[in-house]
Design a protein around this ligand. Structure first.
Ligand code: COA
Length: 182
């Protein structure tokens, strides 16, 4: 187990911490299956500014000394979210109905390569969800073999696949996962 420390930020404080983990984001997501380049990173920055303003936004950083080695963030789905509209097979209304308090969505979770398999993602994920009063957590993940570590992690933590998600025309097909907390 690495000697890591964790910091959690909420709302505007989290929005202001992008600079702390942006280099980590670039380092991790240049790898397959993501293969992100400068344009993807620019889009990520834009999205982050918007997401950070959503109710319930949280960011957790993992540090080894002063160095950021991993991060995760997410927020509560608002009542008028279109999140579930991205499912290829529609789910019943009592499943997709949101109140603003029902579901927390994990947007990103990443750990730098030299620090992997030391429980850091597990530590980040636990701190991201700690104390939330939501019913469930959702996320989407890539189904390719290169994303096997993420797939194994989410299944080990109790997530189950509820369908396939295709958020925009050029996007890949993702597995939509849900973790029931109650
Ligand atoms: C997925 C990722 C965050 C896991 O980080 P990590 O700190 O290595 O994960 P942990 O050490 O906390 O492992 C948690 C569990 O995940 C699973 N896991 C992690 N890496 C794995 C691998 N290479 N092979 C199989 N299972 C793996 C295991 O179940 C593990 O529990 P265990 O070690 O008790 O067996 C990391 O591999 C990563 O950043 N990948 C690239 C970015 C990414 O895909 N993020 C997810 C986007 S949806």
């Amino acid at each position: 187990m690495a000697e890591v420390t964790y910091e959690r930020y909420e709302g505007a404080a989290a929005g202001g911490r992008l600079d702390a983990f942006l280099a980590t984001y670039e380092e991790v997501y240049v790898e397959p299956p993501y293969c992100e380049g400068p344009r993807d990173v620019a889009e990520f920055i834009e999205r982050y500014q918007v997401q950070a303003q959503r109710p319930g936004f949280r960011l957790v950083l993992a540090r080894d000394g002063v160095e950021v080695v991993g991060f995760t963030f997410g927020y509560r789905l608002p009542a008028d979210t279109r999140w579930w509209n991205n499912l290829l097979e529609p789910m019943p209304e009592d499943f997709t109905e949101e109140s603003g308090e029902r579901t927390f969505v994990v947007i990103e979770l990443a750990v730098r390569k030299p620090w992997r398999r030391q429980g850091i993602a597990a530590g980040l994920h636990a701190r991201l969800l700690d104390g939330l009063s939501v019913e469930r957590v959702t996320l989407t993940m890539r189904p390719e073999p290169e994303a096997a570590p993420a797939q194994s992690a989410y299944v080990a933590w109790g997530y189950r696949k509820v369908g396939q998600s295709h958020p925009w025309d050029e996007a890949p097909f993702y597995d939509a996962m849900v973790l029931e907390l109650r």
